[in-house]
Design a protein around this ligand. Structure first.
Ligand SMILES: C[S@@+](CC[C@H](N)C(=O)[O-])C[C@H]1O[C@@H](n2cnc3c(N)ncnc32)[C@H](O)[C@@H]1O
Length: 297
């Protein structure tokens, strides 16, 4: 896969992560969202010569890419093919009792978005899949074709902040009575038909929020975040930093609440760190990113 081209995913706020995670030699860090290994690579460089990174990732394609990229770090880099929500049990299986820092860079990677057949994007006509993790069972098509109208509206509204959620849910359930919605293009068309033209957004595709909402539902993204933030203090050494990069207001709220309400954490700054204008210009995907940092007390 790595043919000498630069990796197709630019790590967001790479420098800000390093200055907040504070990697040091001899320590063990968990990258809960390894992806293509961009952040892991910079953490491994910063905690050399003997610090270690354990990279959690549930997407086999990403693991293959990152493993090749990080091969040069030898035994200092270890992959865990598992959801980061299984942090405690996976570390226990690996015989690791304590860690010195945790990074989460949430959401999908550019590689996942740009691989048409994974079904994350309406830019490609493909089966409506959207599973990030290889072990997940339920696809986006399963949800679209079987959830009740009310549940669909809740998913679109709560996870996608889609104001036309009820209209779209109603159109989907009417459409699927005649024909199952199995492809990205079919869903994008149904969403476009559901929303009166005057309400079509100008800056984003009319189906953007519905696709985001379904991806979050398929991958149980909010539940996984709640679980790891609740469990992590059990394995974090005192003084260890937790850095969370979010791209969604609800993820940011979940993170801020955990860092302020759980007495095991101290939130470093009530304002999140955001990318510089220069970073946003170089990598537009970073524009909605927020980095929150807490210390394990
Ligand atoms: C935004 S990308 C991370 C990019 C990475 N920081 C880099 O620099 O290449 C997010 C990655 O996290 C993975 N991911 C998301 N949720 C996960 C979970 N619950 N467990 C394991 N991996 C997860 C996705 O499959 C995706 O590859």
């Amino acid at each position: 896969m790595n043919s000498g081209h630069p990796p197709p995913h630019i790590p967001v706020m790479e420098q800000e992560v390093l200055t907040n995670l504070l990697p040091e030699p001899g320590n063990i860090y968990v990258d809960g969202t390894l992806g293509l290994g961009g952040h892991s690579s910079s953490i491994l460089q910063a905690c050399g010569p003997d610090g270690q990174v354990i990279g959690f990732e549930w997407d086999e394609n990403a693991i293959a890419f990152a493993s090749q990229r990080l091969e040069k770090f030898g035994q200092r880099f270890i992959t865990a093919k598992a959801s980061y929500a299984t942090l405690l049990s996976t570390l226990e299986t690996m015989g690791i009792q304590k860690i010195d820092g945790l990074l989460l860079d949430l959401g999908v990677s550019s590689l996942q978005l740009d691989t048409g057949e994974r079904g994350f994007s309406f830019r490609f006509d493909a089966p409506l899949d959207m599973r990030m993790g290889s072990g997940l069972q339920t696809t986006a098509a399963d949800i679209i074709n079987t959830a009740s109208e009310e549940d669909l509206a809740d998913i679109f509204f709560n996870y996608g902040e889609e104001r036309q959620a009820r209209r779209i849910a109603s159109k989907v359930t009417a459409f699927r009575k005649n024909e199952a919605i199995n492809t990205t293009k079919q869903l994008a068309t149904v969403v476009a038909l559901a929303i009166p033209k005057r309400y079509h957004p100008k800056k984003i595709h009319v189906a953007t929020k519905v696709f985001q909402a379904l991806r979050i539902a398929v991958n149980k993204e909010f539940d996984n975040l709640v679980t790891i933030l609740k469990d992590a203090p059990q394995v974090l050494n005192p003084g260890a930093r937790v850095c969370v990069i979010t791209f969604h207001s609800i993820e940011d709220r979940i993170t801020k609440q955990a860092f302020t309400k759980d007495p095991n954490y101290q939130l470093l700054d009530s304002k999140p760190i955001i990318p510089s204008q220069m970073e946003i210009a170089n990598n537009p995907r970073s524009r909605s990113a927020k980095l929150r940092v807490a210390v394990r007390i």
